[in-house]
Design a binder for this molecule. Sequence first.
Ligand code: FAD
Length: 594
Amino acid sequence: MSRKKQEAPRERANVAALQARPHADVLIIGGGINGISTFRDLALQGVDVVVVDRGDYLSGASSASSHMIHGGIRYLENGEFRLVRESVRERNALLRNAPHYVKPLETTIPIYSTFSGVVAAPFRLLTHKQGKPKERGALLIKTGLTIYDLFSRGGGMLPRHVFHGRKRSLAKLPGLNPKLKYTATYYDASVHESERLGLDVLADGIAAGSASGPAIGSGSASGSDASRARSANYVEAVGVTADGVTLRDRETGEEFSFTARVIVNASGPWTDLTNEVMGSATDLMGGTKGSHIVLENQELFDACHNREMFFENDDGRIVLIHPLKGRVMVGTSDLDADPREPAICTEEEVDYFFGLVSHVFPAIPVDRVQIVYRFSGIRPLPRHDDTQPGFVSRDYAIVSGNAPDLPGTPVLSLVGGKWTTFRALGEQLSDRVLALIGVKRTISTEKLAIGGGVRYPTTAERRAAWVDTHRGEQTSARAAQLLERYGTRAVEVLDSIAADPDQPLAHDPSFSTGEIRHIVENESVVHLLDLVLRRTNHAFTGDLTIEMLDELAELAGDVLGWSGERKAEEVRGTAEMLTTFHGMRLDGHVALSA
Ligand SMILES: Cc1cc2nc3c(=O)[nH]c(=O)nc-3n(C[C@H](O)[C@H](O)[C@H](O)COP(=O)(O)OP(=O)(O)OC[C@H]3O[C@@H](n4cnc5c(N)ncnc54)[C@H](O)[C@@H]3O)c2cc1C
């Protein structure tokens, strides 16, 4: 099938679908992982639901995480047993339901003292906000891990923790600081492709609301106006009138009113600001900024032996060194932040990260030239007073309110919520909505596989068999690569590239032209930035040049009907955002900008 180049930008069918039928039972403001999870849950109950995000889906706090799907061992110290129990259960469920993106993660804690923190921790447990955290010694960590094992091993999915003395620890991980006394090793999980997992949850929600299977097509994964599950990115809630919530299409500036029986404010760190524009100011949030750097440093990568190093820095903060996607991610900070300001990883934070790497691996040099990517975000935490940022509760709450101009329309505001617990949170928020609209739950998401995790082959033999069955004209290696990248939804990519002229990208042969077109066509890509930040790993791994952006803009622009000028503008804008917010150095010249 050959493609005709489009002359004018394509109308956004998902926005047109909202305008054509500007009503739903539920309007969710905020397409981060928690808004999307609630959307999927409600769609599965047959509720007519809409989710909008003022930017790209998953571009807020959800794009800034440490990629851990974790029970939260350190929440034990805060006495948050409910949260730990729920997190562990959700972690184990995600290992089963999304095995294409969520994998077990071996985690090692280097320990430098035997007793430290033993006095401080119980005190903190009682007060939840006591002074400066003290380093946690071996005894405290051992106690914590023993309790964690009790919570964690219900299904026996992950091994028990082990403790090693100095000699054995250094034999296993010779790069570690020789001053250590012990290491403790336990298992949690990591989500390798968090944004792609979120897009899978969204697509499942849209499919649930569509009578004719996945409504993934023009306007992309977004639902037609007849669908009971619709979504639109780059649509912002900017106010409320007696006619409903005013939504603004950020691409055209056009505004329209939208009504719903219940409004869910899932705007993450911006929850208070969204309530403010809806005329009902709140003071619920107290988000803290956290940054990460991504290093291309083979020595450090090898020294981690495929484990995350999770440890306590000199200041008592828990930090991590995480080998991921062939790079090493180091983070994170925890600083009070104003959500009106963009979150950017500063040079002081980089110094802090370098300090903590040398605390754990003192002989491995790290340098700013090895930083290929930086990212930063604000955690949607509850307002906290004198509690140290690192000890603010990571639990979540749902707060009832209303918008004065829409009497009789309840507004539920979400405060908090991690990646790890998104399914349970979506279910609880959905239950609150169901009670308000008088609908009964018909299905639980607890055992429901997600997106490309459906019938995902989890052993090498099954993967080989899957590849044999589905590869069509592709080589086995290429089909296996797509399976790794998209889970079993690779079938959709294989179908697309079989129906279309396809060749490896000139600037990254691991991707093909048909594959990129498939993503743009089906995954709600609006800007080039969406493609390189959240649909592929090109920004995260630092594998981008201006020439590559040019190539991607050509492909995306042909699908979306961009003019030459628009393509050049996308390349320029993307390069600027990557430089300003992600500290990337993009080599090459701007070919399209002439
Ligand atoms: C540094 C850091 C590290 C973390 N590490 C982990 C981890 O390892 N594991 C873990 O489980 N969790 C982690 N988290 C927590 C987790 O990432 C977040 O709690 C979670 O992603 C929050 O999702 P959300 O959907 O509630 O908010 P968000 O992802 O912020 O989504 C809110 C959305 O609302 C949109 N929005 C705002 N205002 C409007 C409006 N007026 N109209 C329309 N849309 C609007 C925004 O654009 C945004 O996309 C981390 C968070 C940070 C910042």
